[in-house]
Ligand binder design. Sequence first.
Ligand code: ATP
Ligand code: MG
Length: 391
Amino acid sequence: MSYPGLIVLRYGELFLKGGNRRAFERLLRRNVERALDGAANTLERGQGRLFARCEQTELPRLTRRLQRVFGLSSVSPALPATIDHQDIDGTIKHLAEVAAAIIEQRARPATFKVETRRADKRFPLTSIEISQRVGGLVAERTSITPSMHHPELGVGIEIGQQASFVFVDRLPGAGGLPVGCEGRVALLLSGGIDSPIAGHLMQKRGCELVAIYFHSPPYTSTHAQDKVVQLGERLAIAQGGLRLLVVPFTEIQCDIRDNAPPRLAVLLYRRMMMRIANALARRHDALALATGENLGQVASQTLHNLACIEQASELPILRPLLSYDKHDTIALARELGTFEISTLPHEDCCSLFVPKHPETRGDPLKLARAERELDSALLDAAVERTERIDL
Ligand code: ATP
Ligand code: MG
């Protein structure tokens, strides 16, 4: 026999106005449907909420998936209840049975408290009356003591127009905005710790990602690319798929290594990356680039150098980690499950070609002069030979 379950998805809607709000709700619903992946029977809309009906056995798995959907403030697995406005006693008894069933699924608490929210005012008892009568019956059934002030377990009852239900947990949602409501961003995704987190933060602000990876075979192995694919797969979850563009970067790096001052090499690689990323971003309708760059973390990321890198890009470069401390980024990476992937041994295409004394105070004039010695045809060739992998 199957028992019905219900997942309550709450979103803060107060800050949303007019057309914004409609777009927010449409995208949120789409993303929730993707996360449910056909496992829910129905998805209904309430005031600032969505209700997904599913099998009770699916509640833990689906709740975990839904906690990753951006735009939700909290998620509650619940058991649905049936409200009969004509039959008060029968409804109270039914609510007590459902509440007792939820309590019995957990480690036995010493005390509990029932709290009711009655959005559907047709039901003739007040919220307080419902809580008291249900609480009394639950205490009888379970012989657990009700406590008004310091209950060990709080049991919530909601009587609404769209759905009525009983729940205990109010789990944190991922917050942010639904992916897609801010348009597309091209993420420069390396195998490192930072760039996947930068992508995650852009998704949280509503951006859909297309990822660009600069690959330098044979200096970087297929393992390095596999890592990027794995990171991309992790980012794909929040948006139901991800386009990964793999740019062949070896010839450009060799040209720079052989024909430019070694001190400038890293900045020259970065500027080339930006030019290629701009061309690819336009082809894939991205409005901006995003990187995992951070101010002052490594020699290449001084303010002088970021300014030099910026000059090679027409599109804005977004750097969501700019002010992060490394341990904050690592904490997020662990939470997201990318840390284990990012710390697999690999070669970074830039670290292989990094000179002993990289420039820390880049000078745009010197860089432009050095670039005149490079083969500009390699840029277009790299764009043309870029491969697309759909994750
Ligand atoms: P990450 O951990 O993201 O690699 P990092 O702190 O190691 O960052 P760098 O390796 O200097 O810093 O790179 C800075 C940013 O440039 C990266 O966050 C990434 O956005 C981009 N980047 C660097 N190498 C590549 C690459 N091979 N392909 C795509 N993007 C890259
Ligand atoms: Mg790196």
